[in-house]
Design a protein around this ligand. Structure first.
Ligand SMILES: *[C@@H]1O[C@H](CO)[C@@H](O)[C@H](O)[C@H]1NC(C)=O
Ligand SMILES: *[C@@H]1O[C@H](CO)[C@@H](O)[C@H](O)[C@H]1NC(C)=O
Ligand SMILES: *[C@@H]1O[C@H](CO)[C@@H](O)[C@H](O)[C@H]1NC(C)=O
Ligand SMILES: *[C@@H]1O[C@H](CO)[C@@H](O)[C@H](O)[C@H]1NC(C)=O
Ligand SMILES: *[C@@H]1O[C@H](CO)[C@@H](O)[C@H](O)[C@H]1NC(C)=O
Ligand SMILES: *[C@@H]1O[C@H](CO)[C@@H](O)[C@H](O)[C@H]1NC(C)=O
Length: 269
């Protein structure tokens, strides 16, 4: 056997064993494409799962059956001209390998495999203002964005201007903190986007500093800063006692940055 022929054979085996990946969302519908040639006149379709090739949807001799397996009862619809299978109301257990075998009227066969992954939609993040301080026409604001989902990445957008002083994310408790300063006359839109596995979802909060409560806000701001400081001390002791020096130092740095920036701005008053 010559080398190119061998290579083609190996490639054919590899292609036959490969599968397409499809993503669906919990509670929603997904269509598994059969991959049939659109010119084909399909005479038989067999969708199967598991290693024992359990049929879940079939079409033979002009008869369609989509109620073959109890777990999919009432949730399947089969398009007999394209061979595509739609699964509705997706459950976690539907995530598996699906095999489809097609025959056309000329007795040609086609077989393909589809790996279905079922994901949960990301939940919207929550934004809240940790504190805001107003003086000399500028507003210092610290906001926190938190997500009910684990392992998300955060990004912030500020409209109209990008007035970020700094931001940091804490993956442990799924939060991101944003420190920002802007002209107190402006109303500012903060958008926090949580993203994970090519999904993303955002929340928007509109915020501004108010003229009539500068003293109160100042006190509140200072209280929060004091709180931050206490938090640093306690947090550091806790972290050190657990021997997580590196994490503690990073945490300390983050909190000191908040504290120092806040003091700098408050100090200007
Ligand atoms: C498919 O069926 C249609 C009508 O039944 C026919 O006109 C056409 O030639 C068929 N195509 C093939 C590829 O067999
Ligand atoms: C295939 O296996 C599944 C679970 O292991 C079982 O529920 C099903 O009845 C089997 N199907 C056939 C045709 O043996
Ligand atoms: C079945 O598939 C064909 C070809 O993709 C499409 O034109 C048709 O609308 C589908 N039918 C249904 C009921 O979805
Ligand atoms: C806004 O500024 C911050 C820090 O200065 C930067 O990290 C971020 O990428 C900027 N965002 C945009 C949308 O320009
Ligand atoms: C998450 O951690 C940050 C920094 O350690 C802290 O400031 C914040 O209060 C925590 N948020 C929640 C919701 O626990
Ligand atoms: C998610 O991100 C993509 C690319 O980054 C973007 O085109 C899309 O609009 C975003 N969707 C949402 C809901 O933010």
């Amino acid at each position: 056997m010559r080398l190119p022929t061998l290579l083609i054979l190996i490639l054919q085996v590899a292609v036959a064993d490969s599968f397409r990946e499809v993503f669906g969302y919990l509670g929603e519908s997904v269509t598994l494409l059969s991959g049939a040639d659109p010119l084909w006149n399909i005479s038989a379709i067999e969708w199967s799962i598991l290693s024992n090739n359990t049929w879940i949807a079939t079409y033979r001799n002009g008869k369609k059956n989509v109620d073959r397996f109890w777990r999919y009862k009432g949730r399947l619809s089969l398009n007999t001209s394209s061979g595509d299978l739609m699964i509705s109301n997706l459950a976690k257990e539907d995530a598996m390998l699906y095999t489809v075998e097609l025959k056309n009227t000329e007795k040609k066969d086609n077989r393909s495999k589809i790996m279905l992954t079922v994901r949960k939609h990301l939940q919207k993040p929550n934004i809240h203002t940790l504190f805001s301080v107003l003086k000399e026409g500028s507003c210092l604001m610290v906001l926190q964005c938190s997500s009910p989902d684990k392992g998300v990445d955060f990004s912030w957008k500020i409209h109209p201007s990008n007035s970020t002083i700094f931001q940091f994310s804490n993956p442990k408790n799924q939060t991101s903190t944003l420190c920002t300063s802007f002209s107190h006359h402006s109303e500012v839109n903060f958008t926090c986007t949580a993203s994970k596995n090519v999904q993303n979802t955002s929340s928007v909060q509109t915020a501004r500093c108010y003229d009539d409560t500068p003293v109160k806000t100042d006190r509140f701001g200072l209280g929060v800063i004091l709180g931050f400081f206490l938090g640093i001390v306690l947090g550091t002791i806790l972290y050190f006692s657990r021997g997580r020096i590196k994490a503690a130092l990073k945490n300390l740095k983050e909190k000191l940055t908040v504290l120092c920036t806040s003091c700098m701005l408050v100090g200007r008053f």
